[in-house]
Ligand binder design. Structure first.
Ligand code: SAH
Length: 255
């Protein structure tokens, strides 16, 4: 029987992919791979599986969304099972929902394999618990990508006093910070940006809202990165301070 899966590959570290994802990958005839997926996860694919990269990084134009769905349908109609592999969780941004709708419209059931989303894993990778009860009653996942009429209402978000976890926010970081400050969010609100979380090249910047855009620019951080705004980000600050003081203590110069 042919099957279709929409699989979350997790944030990057291969060990953060689910067992269910590895099992589905091992069954698929064809695997369509997104940008943000760590190619190392393909070690779970069959040796004879055909692997198709549909991401837009690396200088190649991205495959249009309709093109991806059309490819999936072609393979499925030809009797081949298809795994669509996406970074993080397939239903958190990244258009997994649209792909499911398109497959349903074509009469195809698709199995959803959840993954660990970057919005939780990236903060955790530097010690930030996004819902620590001393700091926030909840967390809001929001895209920083929207512009014009699809711009999130930053003032309304600031008023919730919840942790803001921003996906795709790096390009418009200056505007986002200005909008939050203009909405009355305090300039000393702790902030973090984590680039390429859970991968060997992971880097981050910690700052306060007032200085955040400068700190991120100084650190040279770019996409893909998660931005965390709110009291919980201070827990990373504390951890980073502990790490640097223990580094100092263990360095030869400090003895
Ligand atoms: N479905 C994905 C999100 C896709 S949107 C998920 O659940 O994680 C793409 C955005 O996700 C990027 O712009 C970035 O904000 C974030 N992202 C994905 N992987 C990341 C990583 N390893 N480190 C930091 N941010 C990441």
């Amino acid at each position: 029987m042919t099957r279709a899966w929409l699989i979350g590959a997790g944030p990057g570290d291969v060990e953060l992919m689910t067992l269910k994802a590895t099992r589905a990958l091992a069954q698929a005839d064809v695997i369509l791979v997104d940008d943000l997926v760590n190619p190392d996860v393909l070690r779970f694919a069959r040796a004879d599986a055909s692997i198709v990269y549909v991401g837009k990084r690396g200088g190649h134009p991205s495959t249009p969304q309709e093109g991806i769905v059309a490819q999936m349908l072609d393979h499925l109609h030809a009797g081949r099972s298809v795994a669509r592999l996406k970074g993080g969780d397939p239903f958190v941004f990244g258009r997994g929902g649209e792909e499911q709708q398109a497959l349903h419209a074509a009469g195809i059931e698709v199995e959803i394999v959840s993954g660990i989303t970057a919005g939780i894993a990236a903060p955790a990778a530097i010690g930030i618990p996004v819902t620590h009860r001393d700091h926030a009653q909840g967390v809001i996942f929001v895209t920083g990508h929207g512009a014009g009429s699809s711009e999130p209402d930053w003032g309304a978000l600031a008023a919730t006093h919840m942790t803001l976890v921003i996906y795709m926010g790096m390009r418009r970081l200056n505007d986002i910070v200005s909008a939050l400050l203009a909405a009355g969010m305090r300039a000393d609100t702790p902030c973090a940006a984590i680039e390429s979380a859970t991968r060997p090249e992971q880097r981050h910047a910690l700052s306060t809202l007032g200085e955040f855009a400068d700190a991120v620019a100084r650190a040279g951080l770019g996409s893909p990165a998660i931005v965390v705004i709110g009291g919980v980000a201070s827990l990373a600050l504390a951890r980073a301070a502990a790490a640097s003081s223990s580094d100092a203590a263990s360095s030869p110069d400090a003895k």
